[in-house]
Design a protein around this ligand. Sequence first.
Ligand SMILES: Nc1ncnc2c1ncn2[C@@H]1O[C@H](COP(=O)(O)OP(=O)(O)OP(=O)(O)O)[C@@H](O)[C@H]1O
Length: 261
Amino acid sequence: MTAQISIQGLTKTFPGRNESAAFTALSGISLDIPANEFVCLLGPSGCGKSTLLGLIAGHEQPTDGAVVVGGTRVTGPAAQRGMVFQQYALFPWYTVEDNVRLGLKVQGLSAREQMERTERMLRAVHLWDHRRKFPRELSGGMKQRAAIARTLAIDPDVLLMDEPFGALDEQTRNRLQDELLSIWQGSRRTVVFVTHSVQEAVTLADRVVVMAHDKGRIVAELPVSLPRPRDRMSVEFVEAEREVSACLKRAESSNAPNVIA
Ligand SMILES: Nc1ncnc2c1ncn2[C@@H]1O[C@H](COP(=O)(O)OP(=O)(O)OP(=O)(O)O)[C@@H](O)[C@H]1O
């Protein structure tokens, strides 16, 4: 199968104040992600997960190599690639409903389509009854659900999520993971999801890609074949967590060997 996202020998060097201060966050990274796959990027802090996501989004330009999405080289942001950040990025002066509808308006949808799609997405994330509230009146979990609804409403082919549940308490986080999965199972998109949490990766992913500090080197690609919904307490789940944790530990040590599963 041809990959929907093809990351080809990707290198990203951030310029410093002078040449010796330049910093290479990613060097020669390659990864193929087929359509409809749910991939989690896992790795120690600072290994380059957000940098890789920003390059797929087109927010950053590679120093070398390329990101190809749907056969086209990424040269900048596009509605086809929707991003959800850890911080909710909602417009504070708009209601929940208007935050979702704004993106659809920008896309040129008719008023009727804007209303229908906004309602469908807000119902999917259980915020329809809160649609007239402003972001300051919402809990952290509700704000993140609104941000997800806003991105999903645009109907992107690729959903890029940078630790979207990182700031939430465990219970809210588990609930939102389940909600995200049920939306994803209803209308599959390709998802690239950055997380620090082994449990989150095993809950969500078809495949966990483990990156190391060493210029974002990919040390493991671990398929998670547990059936969904996944029981976080089951023996099989705990076994998968153990396997992913062991890889992450290897990634945290600088001389990690390549263990591509
Ligand atoms: N704009 C920038 N200029 C210079 N260096 C940067 C820039 N953005 C990121 N970096 C550096 O690149 C490296 C990778 O950062 P990145 O944010 O991608 O890591 P991460 O794996 O997402 O980390 P975390 O898990 O802590 O969010 C870090 O050392 C960071 O300091």
